[in-house]
Ligand binder design. Structure first.
Ligand code: HEC
Ligand code: HEC
Ligand code: HEC
Ligand code: HEC
Ligand code: HEC
Ligand code: HEC
Length: 474
């Protein structure tokens, strides 16, 4: 027994010693490794987008702070101070380091203090790996932004031409019919005059029309049937919602341009529509979110101060002094740039499903792994929000691998149903699905329907119940 205990003690001691040595070497190797080397670019990109992208660009451009291009060459303090600066800027400044002092003198007056970021030293290494090797930026920069704005593309005719042609044809038809009846009357009259008979009495157009209609019953009935059929088709299309939504582009209170933000300045959809990943709604960002950047970005290249000024008016911000107007100050304020109206920006809703339909963004974006573009098109080329047509989305398959091509009009019930029939579920995406799948495989004997479902080893949303009325309807 005692023997055993000492043996165990020896073993534990050995293990502890081994661990200590390992830890020592581990620490040594981490400390020896520079913060500018060996980071994971991909993880760095995610961390950068989540923590830094609201203020910094990875290029030279200025957002709400200096761009981080060339930071590896520029940074004049130690690695430890870099980490400390990011975790606690004021703390780093207190170190008295010369470079950091110059940083503070140069920028804090303009941009205010950088806010402390909850990232570890390893995170910083990954972020710096990304900042030094941003994958796409060179492409964007070399083509002078390379961003297209859909408003600068030729506009497609979207008027309902079938109705227009129908009306034109109908009017022409009536004119021909009426003038024909007029000519007919004149001919009859001349004939009668020559033969010395009494002229046709001068009757009203209406009674002339009705007597003409009686005489041309077959033709009139065909025309009638035609008009009724046209009405029925149009009414049906209206009821089924065809063409109601696609292309809808309402006026917005501020001329917000998606392409300027998403493409030119590389702001992720998630930055403004983060609730798409967490809830039913994607939501529209509040004015405070705009102010994260527009506190510093006071002018746009297209509309100058006009459109950005509307954000200031809504939130009560004086761009000249860089301060928020509060309480009394708001009313007594007399800056020519801002007339504070305190009314939040009221964005007009573009997409709007009827109340009886249940739709969740999180289910589609997170669980289903779908890209925003599959339902909304290439928003990074948009100005304001609009409803993309299915035909347009289908042209994007080369640009977005994995896009599911559909044919029914966007937002119609047929569209949801069609995709649920086509979209397959990645069973490996969650343990829940995997377990369910395995259980189904065990049950499969003697169950014809299950066998059919599992046959192609592809499970569609429909097969999991995505066609059940109650899934989409309250
Ligand atoms: C709220 C805005 C904001 C966020 C978020 C932010 N920074 Fe900063 N950063 C600044 C500002 C502003 C400065 C300039 C110094 C100052 O005014 O405090 C700065 C300076 C820096 C500098 C020094 C630049 C130079 O030229 O030497 C580095 C490096 C830096 N930030 C890294 C980061 C990293 C990495 C993140 C994300 C983990 C981050 N920052 C997040 C605002 C921000
Ligand atoms: C992550 C930073 C960021 C956020 C958040 C942001 N913007 Fe911007 N915005 C910019 C930058 C950068 C520009 C480009 C200025 C330029 O044209 O050079 C800009 C430009 C603009 C312009 C001017 C376009 C022009 O060319 O005149 C408007 C209007 C605008 N933003 C509105 C908004 C609104 C509204 C919000 C909030 C819903 C918002 N922005 C949120 C960074 C941001
Ligand atoms: C499966 C299709 C689908 C995908 C994928 C999708 N959306 Fe939507 N989106 C919709 C539908 C449908 C609506 C209308 C919802 C309603 O009216 O209730 C909508 C509405 C919106 C709205 C208006 C505000 C709201 O919440 O109703 C925004 C903003 C939006 N989507 C952004 C996004 C973003 C960003 C992504 C990607 C992260 C995305 N969507 C992915 C189908 C989709
Ligand atoms: C800087 C903030 C910002 C970013 C980044 C951004 N959006 Fe938006 N988005 C807005 C604002 C503000 C509106 C409301 C004004 C409008 O409809 O244009 C909007 C509207 C929309 C709408 C229409 C909403 C409705 O009322 O139905 C969709 C869809 C949408 N965004 C999708 C996206 C997608 C997809 C991305 C990424 C590719 C994206 N947005 C990136 C700010 C942003
Ligand atoms: C581009 C393809 C696509 C479109 C369009 C689409 N969905 Fe889906 N939907 C999916 C996928 C994929 C899933 C499965 C997500 C998962 O793995 O649970 C899903 C799941 C669902 C679910 C959950 C089903 C269940 O069995 O729990 C509902 C509810 C739903 N969708 C409603 C809608 C509605 C309403 C619309 C139309 C406004 C719509 N979807 C349009 C692809 C789509
Ligand atoms: C995948 C989601 C989904 C499923 C499953 C679904 N619906 Fe719908 N349904 C919708 C959407 C979206 C609309 C709204 C279409 C519109 O506004 O044009 C709608 C509209 C309707 C309407 C109203 C038509 C109108 O013009 O507003 C009826 C009725 C309806 N559905 C019945 C059903 C029945 C019955 C089932 C089951 C057999 C069913 N739905 C299954 C998504 C679905």
């Amino acid at each position: 027994m005692r023997h055993l205990r000492t043996l165990r003690k020896k073993l534990t001691c050995g293990a502890v010693r081994f661990l200590t040595i390992a830890a020592f070497f581990g620490v040594q190797s981490v400390a020896a490794q520079s913060i500018w080397e060996g980071g994971d670019v991909e993880n760095g990109q995610n961390l950068f987008n989540a923590n830094c992208a609201s203020c910094h660009l990875v290029t030279d451009g200025v957002l709400a702070a200096p761009g981080l291009a060339g930071i590896a060459d520029r940074w004049g303090a130690t690695d430890e101070l870099l980490v400390l600066w990011i975790q606690n800027p004021q703390g780093a400044a207190a170190s008295g380091d010369g470079y950091i002092k110059s940083l503070v003198e140069r920028y804090v007056g303009t941009y205010g203090w950088m806010s402390a970021q909850a990232v570890s030293a390893d995170d910083v290494r990954d972020i710096m790996a990304y900042v030094q090797n941003p994958p796409d930026v060179t492409v964007t920069a070399s083509t002078d932004s390379g961003c297209i704005n859909i408003d600068e593309l030729p506009v497609e005719e979207e008027s309902d031409s079938s109705t227009l042609w129908f009306v034109i044809l109908l009017v022409m038809f009536l004119l021909i019919a009426m003038s024909a009846s007029g000519v007919n009357r004149q001919l009859t009259n001349t004939l009668r005059e020559r033969e010395g008979q009494a002229m046709l009495e001068d009757i009203s157009y209406l009674s002339r029309l009705s007597s003409w209609a009686w005489k041309n019953m077959v033709f009139v009935s065909i025309l009638g049937v035609f008009i009724v059929a046209f009405g029925v088709v149009k009414g049906y299309q209206g009821l089924m919602g065809i063409g109601i939504y696609e292309g809808y582009l309402p006026e917005q209170p501020v001329k917000f341009i998606h392409s300027v933000h998403v493409c030119e300045n590389e702001v992720d959809c998630k930055y403004c529509h983060h609730s798409a990943y967490e809830s039913k709604h994607a939501g529209i960002p509040s004015t405070n979110v705009c102010m994260n950047c527009h506190k510093a970005v006071k002018e746009g290249s297209r509309y100058g101060e006009v459109e950005i000024g509307k954000i200031y008016a809504a939130i009560g911000f004086d761009p000249e002094t860089g301060t928020y107007l509060d309480g009394e100050g708001r009313n007594g304020h007399s800056s020519p740039q801002v007339s504070f109206n305190g009314a939040p920006i009221k964005w007009n809703k573009v997409h709007n499903l009827p109340d009886h339909v249940y739709f969740s963004h999180q289910q589609h974006v997170v669980v289903g792994g779908l890209q925003c573009q599959n339902c909304h098109g290439d928003v990074e080329t948009w100005s304001a929000g609009r409803i993309a047509s299915v035909d347009h989305i289908n042209t994007l398959v080369d640009k977005y691998p994995g896009l599911i091509e559909l044919s029914k009009p966007t937002l119609s019930m047929g569209w949801c149903i069609e995709c649920h029939n086509k979209a397959s579920i990645d069973l490996a995406s969650s343990e829940y699905y995997e377990e369910m799948h395995n259980r189904m495989k065990d049950d499969v004997r003697g169950n014809e329907e299950l066998r059919r479902i599992l046959e192609d080893d592809k499970i569609t949303v429909k097969e999991l119940g995505g066609w059940e009325c109650a899934k989409c309807h309250y």
